[in-house]
Design a protein around this ligand. Structure first.
Ligand SMILES: C[S@@+](CC[C@H](N)C(=O)[O-])C[C@H]1O[C@@H](n2cnc3c(N)ncnc32)[C@H](O)[C@@H]1O
Length: 235
């Protein structure tokens, strides 16, 4: 895995709650479960801070594919990211929650949420793109198609930032798959995981689409085999 586009930096990954009033943030969500979920995500998941660090200096709009109930969009806005954000997810319930939170707490922010299946089509977009934790629900063919479409949404100077579990023989990968299956069993996810990608699947598609970037572990204090894949389109 060690080559020009892969850095093995196991120190990467800080908690995402930096500078955020976690209880106030979590209270914005509608139910006990969603409040708890948002609080856990922003205190223990390094992905949101990592995305903020990747995107804070860009001025381009963001498309968040598989946005769930919009936690990333609200997190970025709370940390002063003022670019327009479009969140897209096929789970209508989560989109309804995201819209309700936006209307109540982020009425002045440039945010829009819409429901749709990323396997069929993406909203028209040119800017940056995020894809956090959804590729395990796609077959290899569906994933390649999505990555190509998403890469084509990246403008010169824009980035695609992906967080995904990657296949490997270690214990972290076994924990990742077990938790994804559990999320399906308790009904939090509509689908079951289909496959987990490899480093090579990301690199070959994104490089072919004219992007350059890195793939790094994003473990933080979590037990998951998650990686941050950050590629940009040169100006
Ligand atoms: C593990 S959740 C991650 C949510 C969000 N990205 C986050 O980090 O909080 C995966 C999300 O992907 C969405 N998803 C899965 N397959 C999808 C598809 N084909 N089209 C759109 N959304 C999808 C699910 O509904 C779910 O909200």
């Amino acid at each position: 895995m060690r080559d020009a586009t892969t850095e093995l930096d196991t120190q990467s990954g800080r908690s995402s709650a930096r500078g955020l009033k976690v209880l106030n943030f979590a209270r914005q969500f509608p139910t006990m479960f969603t409040k708890w979920y948002a609080a856990i995500k922003v205190t223990s998941d390094p992905a949101y801070d990592a995305v903020f660090c990747e995107l804070k200096d860009t001025e381009l709009p963001l498309l968040d594919i598989g946005c769930g109930m919009g936690v990333l969009a609200f997190y970025l806005s709370s940390r002063g990211f003022n670019q327009a954000v479009v969140g897209f997810d096929y789970d209508d319930t989560k989109i309804v929650d995201a819209k309700a939170v936006r209307e109540k707490f982020y009425a002045n922010a440039q945010m829009h949420f819409s429901a749709g299946d990323a396997r069929k089509a993406l909203p028209e977009h040119l800017g940056s793109v995020t894809i956090l934790d959804i590729l395990q629900y796609f077959s290899a063919e569906e994933m390649e198609k999505l990555l190509r479409q998403a890469a084509r949404c990246v403008a010169p100077g824009g980035k695609i930032v992906i967080r995904s579990g990657l296949v490997d023989p270690g214990w972290r990968f076994r924990v990742t798959t077990a938790v994804d299956k559990f999320a399906r069993r308790v009904g939090w996810m509509q689908g079951s995981p289909v496959q987990y990608p490899t480093v090579e699947q990301f690199r070959s598609v994104l490089v072919e689409e004219g992007l350059v970037g890195t793939i790094k572990p994003l473990w933080g204090k979590t037990p998951f085999n998650n990686y941050l894949i950050s590629f940009s389109r040169p100006r």
